[in-house]
Design a protein around this ligand. Structure first.
Ligand code: HEC
Length: 424
């Protein structure tokens, strides 16, 4: 924990190197549970950001830097960090990334090298066992999976994550691995009985922890955690399913189109069912053969149980969004506009997407600074996109180690954290 002064929820604008990126920095104490905003783009000069991709040495938009005496708005040439600043910054991120505080050697290295110590120290962390454990925790926590209950090993997702981190495998392996990892680190078959594996997603742990009617929670958790999108999202990203293919309840775009009595109340906010569920349905379909115990079922029908609650199919399965009873049990679906055979094929499309890369960066930043990830605007989207682009420029499927070193050595990330150091 980095002890320092805090100034409650106050915030101020801060012009960062390049002057196109401005962030509102919310200040709270380290252990404070209250939501904070550190990398918020809402105060940014939108027009400035839109008009140029590069650094502009001139006007930084408004008077919001009045308090930021330390701010250097000269583009590209950032003032070197002092040992004190490096210590402050690294102390802040060490617990999340490596599960400990700075050690004596690191403190000495910082005294000696100042800013030059930053990258080697972060790089050293990612080679430590504590890093793999931190990644295990991150994934288990994001997916709501850990421990063991009723004979189901809820640690499988975390085990895989830890191995991927420790062995420097591409981070996309998290969703595409064709094996699971047991508590002893051995590769084993996963536990759903499906004719394919799909990393952490095709585990009973994920499927049970996120089960629910119409398979919506499984779909939503997947998209929110790995693409930082919820429904509705951009139609260019997730092409809506054809209206006529959906069960009538999800076709409705206006209240008077709603034919299903139970669903009529849902129009209070004026948003069309079809708008969200035409995208939702495609992702939910990938889970249509997994029952409420997380087992893949040959006999799944995807059809609504006439006796059951809305969204429940027979025998512990969940209802498809597709109306046609021959289509309903078919796992074939569409991910980001690409037709896919099943969940495993969908994760190839997902992990090839820039959204996956950006969301990985966003999750790392969010977790290290106790911010919201997913679709939250707490973290500036442009900053995230630029870091992700840099990481993926070197490798299409970067390792988590690569993501971490690029993200946490980015001067804009460092500066946003240091801004909290100067709080009164
Ligand atoms: C803004 C996007 C959005 C719109 C619009 C929308 N839904 Fe949903 N719907 C969701 C989300 C998100 C969930 C919850 C998924 C989860 O379980 O986490 C959901 C869940 C449901 C469920 C399952 C309920 C449950 O408790 O599991 C039903 C049924 C449903 N929606 C029907 C409708 C109908 C009918 C309409 C139109 C009146 C509609 N939705 C409009 C996003 C939307």
């Amino acid at each position: 924990m980095a002890a320092r002064a805090a100034s409650g929820g106050s915030s101020r604008g801060l012009a960062l190197a390049g002057a196109t990126l401005m962030m509102t920095v919310g200040l709270t104490a380290c252990d404070d549970e209250s939501p904070r905003r550190m990398f918020d783009a809402t105060a940014a000069g939108d027009t400035a950001a839109a008009s140029t991709g590069g650094a502009t040495p001139d006007d930084d938009g408004d008077g919001s830097t009045s308090e930021g005496e330390e701010t250097d708005d000269t583009p590209d040439v950032a003032t070197p960090l002092t040992p004190e600043q490096v210590t402050f910054y690294l102390s802040r991120i060490a617990p999340t990334l490596v599960g400990r505080s700075l050690d004596g050697d690191e403190v000495a290295l910082i005294e000696l090298g100042g800013e030059a110590a930053l990258a080697p120290i972060i790089d050293g962390w990612t080679a430590e066992p504590g890093f793999a454990e931190a990644v295990r925790f991150m994934v288990s926590d994001m997916l709501h999976t850990s421990g063991e209950r009723d004979g189901v090993d809820f640690d499988l997702p975390g085990n895989l994550a830890a191995e991927i981190a420790a062995e420097d495998l591409p981070w996309s392996t998290l969703l595409t691995a064709d094996y699971c990892v047991d508590g002893a680190g051995k590769h084993i078959a996963c536990d759903t009985g499906a004719p394919y594996e799909s990393g952490v997603l095709a585990t009973r742990a994920y499927l049970i922890a996120n089960k629910g009617r119409f398979n919506l929670t499984r779909a939503k958790r997947m998209l929110e955690t790995f693409a930082c999108r919820i429904y509705p999202m951009e139609q260019e990203i997730q092409v809506p399913l054809e209206k006529a293919s959906l069960i009538p309840m999800f076709q409705a775009e206006k209240a008077d189109e709603q034919t299903v009595e139970e669903a009529k109340g849902g129009f209070g906010n004026g948003v069309a069912c079809y708008g969200c569920h035409s995208q939702f349905g495609a992702h939910a379909q990938l889970f249509v053969r997994f029952d409420d115990q997380g087992l893949w079922r040959e006999d799944a029908t995807g059809v609504q149980d006439p006796e059951g609650e809305l969204g429940r199919s027979i025998a512990g399965l969940y209802t498809s969004h597709f109306a046609d009873p021959t289509r309903a049990p078919d796992e074939t679906s569409q991910m980001f506009g690409v037709e896919v055979e099943n969940l495993r094929a969908a994760t190839d499309v997902l992990t090839d997407s820039a959204l996956f890369q950006q969301c990985t960066v966003k999750n790392l930043v969010a977790r290290s600074f106790n911010l919201a990830s997913g679709v939250s605007n707490d973290i500036d989207a442009e900053l995230i996109a630029e870091i992700a682009q840099g990481v993926s420029a070197d490798a299409q499927h970067p390792t988590i180690r690569h993501y971490v070193s690029s993200t946490f050595t980015d001067r804009r990330v460092v500066d946003a954290v240091l801004a909290t150091m100067e709080a009164p």
